[in-house]
Design a protein around this ligand. Structure first.
Ligand SMILES: C[S@@+](CC[C@H](N)C(=O)[O-])C[C@H]1O[C@@H](n2cnc3c(N)ncnc32)[C@H](O)[C@@H]1O
Length: 437
Protein backbone atom coordinates (compact mmCIF):
# COMPACT_ATOMS: atom_id res chain seq x y z
CA UNK A 1 0.00 0.00 0.00
CA UNK A 2 1.62 3.27 -1.11
CA UNK A 3 1.68 5.92 1.60
CA UNK A 4 3.15 9.18 0.33
CA UNK A 5 2.33 11.32 3.39
CA UNK A 6 2.54 10.12 6.97
CA UNK A 7 1.55 11.53 10.36
CA UNK A 8 4.34 11.01 12.88
CA UNK A 9 4.32 11.34 16.66
CA UNK A 10 6.75 10.65 19.52
CA UNK A 11 7.02 6.94 20.40
CA UNK A 12 5.07 5.94 17.30
CA UNK A 13 7.27 2.85 16.93
CA UNK A 14 6.55 1.63 20.47
CA UNK A 15 3.58 -0.38 21.65
CA UNK A 16 1.14 1.26 24.04
CA UNK A 17 -0.36 -1.12 26.56
CA UNK A 18 -3.04 -0.71 29.21
CA UNK A 19 -1.83 -0.61 32.80
CA UNK A 20 -4.13 -1.15 35.78
CA UNK A 21 -7.53 0.49 35.79
CA UNK A 22 -7.08 3.56 33.60
CA UNK A 23 -3.40 3.98 32.65
CA UNK A 24 -1.21 3.16 29.67
CA UNK A 25 2.51 2.64 29.28
CA UNK A 26 4.93 2.49 26.37
CA UNK A 27 6.64 -0.84 25.85
CA UNK A 28 8.98 -2.19 23.19
CA UNK A 29 7.02 -4.38 20.74
CA UNK A 30 9.50 -7.13 21.66
CA UNK A 31 8.71 -6.82 25.41
CA UNK A 32 8.54 -10.38 26.77
CA UNK A 33 5.41 -9.64 28.77
CA UNK A 34 3.60 -9.20 25.47
CA UNK A 35 4.33 -12.82 24.58
CA UNK A 36 2.48 -14.05 27.69
CA UNK A 37 -1.11 -15.17 27.03
CA UNK A 38 -3.88 -13.01 28.52
CA UNK A 39 -6.21 -14.45 31.13
CA UNK A 40 -9.84 -14.56 30.01
CA UNK A 41 -12.31 -15.51 32.69
CA UNK A 42 -16.00 -16.19 32.12
CA UNK A 43 -18.22 -14.69 34.82
CA UNK A 44 -21.35 -16.31 33.45
CA UNK A 45 -19.91 -19.80 33.31
CA UNK A 46 -19.97 -20.21 29.51
CA UNK A 47 -16.99 -20.25 27.21
CA UNK A 48 -17.79 -17.97 24.26
CA UNK A 49 -18.13 -19.49 20.80
CA UNK A 50 -18.90 -18.47 17.22
CA UNK A 51 -22.55 -17.76 18.07
CA UNK A 52 -22.01 -15.84 21.33
CA UNK A 53 -22.71 -12.25 22.22
CA UNK A 54 -19.95 -11.04 24.54
CA UNK A 55 -19.65 -8.26 27.09
CA UNK A 56 -15.96 -8.16 28.07
CA UNK A 57 -14.62 -6.19 31.02
CA UNK A 58 -11.10 -4.96 30.43
CA UNK A 59 -9.01 -3.02 27.96
CA UNK A 60 -10.24 -3.24 24.36
CA UNK A 61 -6.90 -4.30 22.91
CA UNK A 62 -6.32 -6.93 25.59
CA UNK A 63 -9.86 -8.24 25.04
CA UNK A 64 -9.38 -8.39 21.29
CA UNK A 65 -6.19 -10.38 21.69
CA UNK A 66 -7.70 -12.72 24.26
CA UNK A 67 -10.90 -13.26 22.26
CA UNK A 68 -8.78 -13.88 19.16
CA UNK A 69 -7.62 -17.07 20.90
CA UNK A 70 -11.24 -18.28 21.05
CA UNK A 71 -13.50 -18.80 18.03
CA UNK A 72 -15.74 -15.78 18.75
CA UNK A 73 -14.52 -14.10 15.55
CA UNK A 74 -14.70 -17.31 13.47
CA UNK A 75 -17.31 -15.86 11.08
CA UNK A 76 -15.50 -12.53 10.83
CA UNK A 77 -16.57 -9.05 11.91
CA UNK A 78 -19.05 -7.32 9.61
CA UNK A 79 -18.98 -3.89 11.27
CA UNK A 80 -17.01 -2.04 13.91
CA UNK A 81 -18.45 1.05 15.61
CA UNK A 82 -16.16 2.77 18.06
CA UNK A 83 -16.88 5.83 20.12
CA UNK A 84 -13.67 6.27 22.12
CA UNK A 85 -12.80 9.05 24.53
CA UNK A 86 -12.45 12.01 22.10
CA UNK A 87 -9.46 13.53 23.96
CA UNK A 88 -11.41 16.71 24.74
CA UNK A 89 -9.30 17.46 27.82
CA UNK A 90 -12.43 17.20 30.01
CA UNK A 91 -13.21 14.88 32.90
CA UNK A 92 -16.55 13.12 32.71
CA UNK A 93 -18.39 11.43 35.57
CA UNK A 94 -17.43 7.96 34.38
CA UNK A 95 -14.04 8.46 32.67
CA UNK A 96 -11.20 10.90 32.10
CA UNK A 97 -10.80 12.31 28.60
CA UNK A 98 -7.33 13.86 28.59
CA UNK A 99 -4.50 11.79 27.17
CA UNK A 100 -1.23 13.01 25.72
CA UNK A 101 -1.68 13.25 21.96
CA UNK A 102 0.97 10.61 21.13
CA UNK A 103 -0.69 8.18 23.53
CA UNK A 104 -4.15 8.83 22.11
CA UNK A 105 -2.90 8.30 18.55
CA UNK A 106 -1.07 5.08 19.38
CA UNK A 107 -4.05 3.88 21.43
CA UNK A 108 -6.31 4.30 18.38
CA UNK A 109 -3.83 2.95 15.84
CA UNK A 110 -3.15 -0.21 17.86
CA UNK A 111 -6.85 -1.03 18.23
CA UNK A 112 -7.71 -0.39 14.59
CA UNK A 113 -4.73 -2.49 13.48
CA UNK A 114 -5.64 -5.31 15.89
CA UNK A 115 -9.20 -5.42 14.48
CA UNK A 116 -8.00 -5.77 10.87
CA UNK A 117 -7.30 -9.53 10.78
CA UNK A 118 -10.84 -10.32 11.94
CA UNK A 119 -12.67 -8.11 9.44
CA UNK A 120 -14.76 -9.75 6.73
CA UNK A 121 -14.15 -8.71 3.15
CA UNK A 122 -17.36 -6.65 3.18
CA UNK A 123 -16.68 -5.05 6.59
CA UNK A 124 -16.84 -1.38 7.48
CA UNK A 125 -15.37 0.58 10.40
CA UNK A 126 -17.22 3.56 11.85
CA UNK A 127 -15.08 5.79 14.10
CA UNK A 128 -17.06 8.40 16.04
CA UNK A 129 -15.13 11.56 17.08
CA UNK A 130 -15.40 15.32 17.47
CA UNK A 131 -13.04 18.05 16.23
CA UNK A 132 -10.46 17.37 18.99
CA UNK A 133 -8.71 14.58 17.06
CA UNK A 134 -10.76 13.77 13.96
CA UNK A 135 -8.29 15.18 11.40
CA UNK A 136 -5.40 13.24 12.91
CA UNK A 137 -7.51 10.11 13.32
CA UNK A 138 -8.34 10.19 9.62
CA UNK A 139 -4.63 10.02 8.81
CA UNK A 140 -4.24 7.12 11.22
CA UNK A 141 -7.11 5.31 9.48
CA UNK A 142 -5.50 6.00 6.10
CA UNK A 143 -2.34 4.44 7.45
CA UNK A 144 -4.04 1.34 8.88
CA UNK A 145 -6.63 0.63 6.17
CA UNK A 146 -5.23 2.55 3.17
CA UNK A 147 -6.41 5.87 1.70
CA UNK A 148 -8.60 3.99 -0.78
CA UNK A 149 -10.60 2.49 2.07
CA UNK A 150 -12.11 5.88 2.96
CA UNK A 151 -15.86 5.87 2.30
CA UNK A 152 -17.33 8.98 3.95
CA UNK A 153 -17.27 11.29 6.92
CA UNK A 154 -20.75 11.48 8.35
CA UNK A 155 -21.76 14.61 10.24
CA UNK A 156 -24.18 13.91 13.05
CA UNK A 157 -26.19 16.80 14.53
CA UNK A 158 -25.69 15.87 18.17
CA UNK A 159 -27.51 18.75 19.84
CA UNK A 160 -30.18 21.29 19.06
CA UNK A 161 -29.57 23.68 21.96
CA UNK A 162 -27.09 26.58 21.61
CA UNK A 163 -24.04 27.14 23.84
CA UNK A 164 -23.91 30.95 23.94
CA UNK A 165 -20.60 31.04 25.85
CA UNK A 166 -18.57 29.53 23.02
CA UNK A 167 -17.03 31.17 19.93
CA UNK A 168 -19.04 28.69 17.89
CA UNK A 169 -21.71 26.50 19.40
CA UNK A 170 -20.50 23.14 18.15
CA UNK A 171 -23.46 20.91 17.46
CA UNK A 172 -21.98 18.06 15.45
CA UNK A 173 -19.71 15.03 15.72
CA UNK A 174 -17.99 13.31 12.82
CA UNK A 175 -18.16 9.58 12.11
CA UNK A 176 -15.37 8.40 9.79
CA UNK A 177 -16.47 5.45 7.66
CA UNK A 178 -13.85 3.14 6.15
CA UNK A 179 -14.28 -0.13 4.24
CA UNK A 180 -11.08 -2.10 3.58
CA UNK A 181 -12.56 -3.35 0.26
CA UNK A 182 -13.02 0.27 -0.87
CA UNK A 183 -16.26 2.23 -1.31
CA UNK A 184 -17.12 0.84 -4.78
CA UNK A 185 -17.06 -2.77 -3.70
CA UNK A 186 -18.54 -2.16 -0.25
CA UNK A 187 -21.43 -0.25 -1.86
CA UNK A 188 -22.60 -3.52 -3.40
CA UNK A 189 -23.11 -5.13 0.02
CA UNK A 190 -24.28 -2.24 2.18
CA UNK A 191 -27.99 -1.65 2.78
CA UNK A 192 -29.92 1.34 1.51
CA UNK A 193 -32.20 3.33 3.79
CA UNK A 194 -35.89 2.53 3.70
CA UNK A 195 -37.91 4.97 1.65
CA UNK A 196 -40.71 6.67 3.49
CA UNK A 197 -43.81 5.08 2.00
CA UNK A 198 -45.91 7.83 3.57
CA UNK A 199 -44.83 10.01 0.63
CA UNK A 200 -46.64 7.72 -1.88
CA UNK A 201 -49.86 9.12 -3.35
CA UNK A 202 -52.46 7.89 -5.78
CA UNK A 203 -53.11 10.89 -8.02
CA UNK A 204 -54.87 8.97 -10.80
CA UNK A 205 -56.76 6.34 -8.77
CA UNK A 206 -54.45 3.64 -10.08
CA UNK A 207 -55.96 0.27 -9.04
CA UNK A 208 -52.41 -0.94 -8.21
CA UNK A 209 -52.27 1.50 -5.30
CA UNK A 210 -50.32 4.65 -4.38
CA UNK A 211 -47.08 5.54 -6.14
CA UNK A 212 -44.11 7.93 -6.16
CA UNK A 213 -42.78 9.50 -9.33
CA UNK A 214 -39.32 10.25 -10.69
CA UNK A 215 -38.15 12.09 -13.81
CA UNK A 216 -38.22 9.93 -16.96
CA UNK A 217 -34.65 11.06 -17.78
CA UNK A 218 -31.09 9.77 -17.37
CA UNK A 219 -27.78 11.65 -17.30
CA UNK A 220 -25.64 11.93 -20.47
CA UNK A 221 -26.32 11.78 -24.18
CA UNK A 222 -27.43 8.37 -25.49
CA UNK A 223 -28.54 8.37 -29.11
CA UNK A 224 -31.08 5.51 -28.69
CA UNK A 225 -32.77 7.47 -25.89
CA UNK A 226 -33.23 10.71 -27.84
CA UNK A 227 -36.75 10.89 -29.39
CA UNK A 228 -39.81 13.11 -29.31
CA UNK A 229 -42.60 12.46 -26.81
CA UNK A 230 -46.05 13.89 -27.34
CA UNK A 231 -47.77 14.78 -24.06
CA UNK A 232 -51.56 14.25 -23.55
CA UNK A 233 -52.01 18.03 -24.08
CA UNK A 234 -50.43 17.67 -27.55
CA UNK A 235 -47.08 19.33 -26.81
CA UNK A 236 -43.93 17.68 -28.17
CA UNK A 237 -41.08 17.41 -25.60
CA UNK A 238 -37.43 16.36 -25.89
CA UNK A 239 -34.99 15.35 -23.13
CA UNK A 240 -33.32 18.33 -21.39
CA UNK A 241 -29.89 19.32 -22.80
CA UNK A 242 -27.12 16.92 -21.77
CA UNK A 243 -29.64 14.25 -20.71
CA UNK A 244 -31.51 11.40 -22.40
CA UNK A 245 -34.89 9.80 -21.81
CA UNK A 246 -34.74 7.10 -19.14
CA UNK A 247 -35.37 4.27 -21.68
CA UNK A 248 -35.48 3.59 -25.42
CA UNK A 249 -38.60 4.48 -27.40
CA UNK A 250 -39.91 0.90 -27.51
CA UNK A 251 -39.61 0.57 -23.71
CA UNK A 252 -41.27 3.98 -23.30
CA UNK A 253 -44.21 2.83 -25.41
CA UNK A 254 -44.57 -0.32 -23.35
CA UNK A 255 -44.49 1.68 -20.08
CA UNK A 256 -47.10 4.06 -21.51
CA UNK A 257 -49.33 1.13 -22.36
CA UNK A 258 -48.92 -0.24 -18.82
CA UNK A 259 -49.97 3.16 -17.40
CA UNK A 260 -46.53 3.61 -15.79
CA UNK A 261 -45.97 7.14 -17.20
CA UNK A 262 -47.37 10.24 -15.51
CA UNK A 263 -47.60 13.66 -17.17
CA UNK A 264 -47.84 16.45 -14.53
CA UNK A 265 -49.35 19.92 -15.05
CA UNK A 266 -52.65 18.42 -16.19
CA UNK A 267 -50.96 16.44 -18.97
CA UNK A 268 -48.75 19.28 -20.26
CA UNK A 269 -45.58 18.53 -18.24
CA UNK A 270 -42.59 16.36 -19.14
CA UNK A 271 -43.10 12.61 -18.53
CA UNK A 272 -42.33 11.03 -15.17
CA UNK A 273 -42.17 7.35 -14.28
CA UNK A 274 -44.60 5.95 -11.69
CA UNK A 275 -42.96 3.80 -9.00
CA UNK A 276 -45.08 1.57 -6.76
CA UNK A 277 -44.00 0.61 -3.22
CA UNK A 278 -42.36 -2.68 -4.29
CA UNK A 279 -40.41 -0.93 -7.05
CA UNK A 280 -38.87 1.75 -4.88
CA UNK A 281 -35.15 1.41 -4.45
CA UNK A 282 -34.00 2.39 -0.99
CA UNK A 283 -32.27 5.68 -0.44
CA UNK A 284 -28.51 6.18 -0.58
CA UNK A 285 -27.58 7.70 2.80
CA UNK A 286 -26.62 11.37 2.93
CA UNK A 287 -23.44 12.35 4.79
CA UNK A 288 -25.29 14.83 7.05
CA UNK A 289 -27.58 13.14 9.59
CA UNK A 290 -30.05 15.38 11.39
CA UNK A 291 -31.18 15.05 14.98
CA UNK A 292 -34.81 14.64 13.90
CA UNK A 293 -33.84 11.39 12.13
CA UNK A 294 -31.28 9.85 14.49
CA UNK A 295 -31.67 11.64 17.86
CA UNK A 296 -29.32 13.71 20.00
CA UNK A 297 -27.03 13.15 22.99
CA UNK A 298 -29.85 14.47 25.18
CA UNK A 299 -32.29 11.90 23.75
CA UNK A 300 -29.77 9.19 24.65
CA UNK A 301 -29.43 10.58 28.19
CA UNK A 302 -33.21 10.66 28.63
CA UNK A 303 -33.39 7.00 27.59
CA UNK A 304 -30.75 6.09 30.20
CA UNK A 305 -32.54 8.15 32.86
CA UNK A 306 -35.71 6.16 32.13
CA UNK A 307 -33.73 2.93 32.55
CA UNK A 308 -31.80 4.04 35.65
CA UNK A 309 -33.72 6.90 37.32
CA UNK A 310 -31.75 6.52 40.57
CA UNK A 311 -28.28 7.06 39.01
CA UNK A 312 -26.44 10.17 37.87
CA UNK A 313 -26.68 9.97 34.10
CA UNK A 314 -23.93 8.50 31.93
CA UNK A 315 -22.24 11.57 30.43
CA UNK A 316 -21.65 10.70 26.79
CA UNK A 317 -24.18 8.13 25.53
CA UNK A 318 -25.16 7.96 21.87
CA UNK A 319 -28.80 7.50 20.83
CA UNK A 320 -29.97 4.06 19.74
CA UNK A 321 -31.52 5.69 16.64
CA UNK A 322 -28.02 6.69 15.48
CA UNK A 323 -26.72 3.15 15.97
CA UNK A 324 -29.82 1.73 14.30
CA UNK A 325 -29.04 3.67 11.15
CA UNK A 326 -25.36 2.67 11.18
CA UNK A 327 -26.10 -0.99 11.82
CA UNK A 328 -28.88 -1.01 9.23
CA UNK A 329 -26.49 0.29 6.54
CA UNK A 330 -23.49 -1.78 7.60
CA UNK A 331 -24.91 -5.17 8.64
CA UNK A 332 -27.68 -7.73 8.17
CA UNK A 333 -29.32 -9.88 10.87
CA UNK A 334 -27.02 -12.50 12.38
CA UNK A 335 -23.80 -10.65 11.47
CA UNK A 336 -21.21 -9.62 14.04
CA UNK A 337 -20.80 -6.04 15.29
CA UNK A 338 -17.84 -5.05 17.50
CA UNK A 339 -17.47 -2.02 19.80
CA UNK A 340 -14.29 -1.70 21.89
CA UNK A 341 -15.55 1.31 23.95
CA UNK A 342 -18.91 0.16 25.27
CA UNK A 343 -19.76 2.94 27.73
CA UNK A 344 -23.45 2.56 28.57
CA UNK A 345 -23.76 -0.22 25.96
CA UNK A 346 -25.69 1.54 23.16
CA UNK A 347 -24.06 -0.44 20.33
CA UNK A 348 -24.69 -3.82 21.94
CA UNK A 349 -28.25 -2.93 23.02
CA UNK A 350 -29.18 -1.73 19.53
CA UNK A 351 -27.42 -4.63 17.80
CA UNK A 352 -29.25 -7.10 20.08
CA UNK A 353 -32.65 -5.52 19.35
CA UNK A 354 -31.81 -5.62 15.62
CA UNK A 355 -30.92 -9.33 15.87
CA UNK A 356 -27.22 -8.83 15.12
CA UNK A 357 -24.45 -10.63 17.03
CA UNK A 358 -22.25 -8.37 19.13
CA UNK A 359 -19.00 -8.15 21.09
CA UNK A 360 -18.43 -5.11 23.27
CA UNK A 361 -15.66 -4.18 25.70
CA UNK A 362 -15.60 -1.69 28.57
CA UNK A 363 -12.59 -0.98 30.76
CA UNK A 364 -14.36 0.76 33.63
CA UNK A 365 -15.87 -1.98 35.80
CA UNK A 366 -18.15 0.47 37.62
CA UNK A 367 -19.61 1.60 34.27
CA UNK A 368 -20.30 -2.04 33.43
CA UNK A 369 -22.03 -2.61 36.78
CA UNK A 370 -24.00 0.65 36.70
CA UNK A 371 -25.00 0.78 33.05
CA UNK A 372 -23.73 -1.71 30.45
CA UNK A 373 -24.66 -4.92 32.20
CA UNK A 374 -28.08 -3.95 33.64
CA UNK A 375 -29.03 -2.25 30.37
CA UNK A 376 -28.24 -5.36 28.33
CA UNK A 377 -30.08 -7.51 30.88
CA UNK A 378 -33.15 -5.30 30.39
CA UNK A 379 -32.84 -5.69 26.62
CA UNK A 380 -32.77 -9.49 26.96
CA UNK A 381 -35.69 -9.43 29.41
CA UNK A 382 -37.66 -7.19 27.06
CA UNK A 383 -38.20 -4.58 29.79
CA UNK A 384 -36.37 -1.74 27.97
CA UNK A 385 -39.19 -0.12 26.04
CA UNK A 386 -37.16 2.95 24.98
CA UNK A 387 -34.69 3.65 22.17
CA UNK A 388 -35.46 1.67 19.02
CA UNK A 389 -37.48 -1.06 20.76
CA UNK A 390 -40.74 -0.07 19.03
CA UNK A 391 -39.12 0.72 15.69
CA UNK A 392 -37.58 -2.75 15.36
CA UNK A 393 -40.43 -4.58 17.17
CA UNK A 394 -38.17 -5.93 19.94
CA UNK A 395 -39.89 -8.00 22.64
CA UNK A 396 -36.90 -9.57 24.42
CA UNK A 397 -34.92 -12.76 23.98
CA UNK A 398 -31.41 -14.06 23.37
CA UNK A 399 -28.57 -13.76 25.86
CA UNK A 400 -24.90 -12.93 26.29
CA UNK A 401 -21.76 -13.98 28.10
CA UNK A 402 -19.75 -11.77 30.43
CA UNK A 403 -15.98 -12.18 30.42
CA UNK A 404 -13.22 -10.50 32.32
CA UNK A 405 -9.82 -9.93 30.74
CA UNK A 406 -7.04 -9.60 33.30
CA UNK A 407 -4.63 -6.83 32.31
CA UNK A 408 -1.12 -7.84 31.23
CA UNK A 409 0.50 -5.02 33.14
CA UNK A 410 -0.77 -4.53 36.69
CA UNK A 411 -3.87 -6.01 38.30
CA UNK A 412 -7.55 -5.17 38.34
CA UNK A 413 -8.75 -2.93 41.14
CA UNK A 414 -9.37 -5.05 44.27
CA UNK A 415 -12.85 -3.61 44.53
CA UNK A 416 -13.88 -5.60 41.53
CA UNK A 417 -12.29 -8.96 41.94
CA UNK A 418 -13.90 -11.83 40.13
CA UNK A 419 -15.99 -13.15 43.00
CA UNK A 420 -17.48 -9.69 43.75
CA UNK A 421 -18.33 -9.36 40.09
CA UNK A 422 -19.71 -12.84 39.72
CA UNK A 423 -22.34 -12.14 42.34
CA UNK A 424 -23.75 -9.34 40.15
CA UNK A 425 -24.42 -11.57 37.18
CA UNK A 426 -27.51 -13.33 36.15
CA UNK A 427 -26.99 -16.18 33.75
CA UNK A 428 -28.76 -16.41 30.38
CA UNK A 429 -30.97 -19.22 31.76
CA UNK A 430 -32.04 -17.12 34.73
CA UNK A 431 -32.81 -14.20 32.44
CA UNK A 432 -34.95 -16.46 30.25
CA UNK A 433 -36.83 -17.69 33.35
CA UNK A 434 -37.44 -14.10 34.49
CA UNK A 435 -38.79 -13.24 31.08
CA UNK A 436 -41.25 -16.09 31.16
CA UNK A 437 -42.41 -15.26 34.70
C1 LIG B 1 -17.51 7.89 24.72
S1 LIG B 1 -17.72 6.60 25.81
C2 LIG B 1 -18.67 5.46 24.88
C3 LIG B 1 -20.12 5.78 24.93
C4 LIG B 1 -21.01 4.75 24.27
N1 LIG B 1 -20.91 4.80 22.84
C5 LIG B 1 -22.44 4.92 24.70
O1 LIG B 1 -23.33 5.15 23.86
O2 LIG B 1 -22.72 4.85 25.89
C6 LIG B 1 -16.16 5.85 25.89
C7 LIG B 1 -16.07 4.66 26.82
O3 LIG B 1 -14.84 3.98 26.56
C8 LIG B 1 -14.33 3.48 27.78
N2 LIG B 1 -12.89 3.22 27.58
C9 LIG B 1 -11.88 4.10 27.61
N3 LIG B 1 -10.71 3.51 27.33
C10 LIG B 1 -10.97 2.20 27.12
C11 LIG B 1 -10.18 1.07 26.79
N4 LIG B 1 -8.87 1.18 26.62
N5 LIG B 1 -10.78 -0.14 26.65
C12 LIG B 1 -12.14 -0.25 26.82
N6 LIG B 1 -12.94 0.79 27.15
C13 LIG B 1 -12.37 2.00 27.28
C14 LIG B 1 -14.65 4.55 28.79
O4 LIG B 1 -14.63 4.04 30.09
C15 LIG B 1 -16.02 5.01 28.30
O5 LIG B 1 -17.03 4.30 28.98
Amino acid sequence: MEQSVELTWPNKDLSLRAVGVTGYKWVEPTDRALQKPLRLESLTGNQPGPLSNVLAIGDGLDALEALGETNVFADGIRAVYIDPPFNTGKTFNQYGDAMSRPMWLSMMRDRLAALSPYLREDASIWLHLDDSEVHRARMVMDEVFGENAFVASVIWQKRTTRDSRAAFSSNHDTILVYAPSGPRKWKLSRNLLAKDEATLRNRDDDPRGPWADAPFTAPGFRRAQQYDITTPSGDVVKPPRGRSWYATESTYKQLLEEDRIWFPKGGAGSPRIKLFAHQLRGLVPFTVWGSSDVGTNDDAKRHLLDLFPERPVFDTPKPEELLERILHIATSPGELVVDLFAGSGTTAATAHKMRRRWVTVERNTQTVLDFTLPRLQQVVEGSDTGGVTGQVAWVGGGGFDVLQVAPRFGTLSGLHNTSTLRRKFITGDELAKRRQA
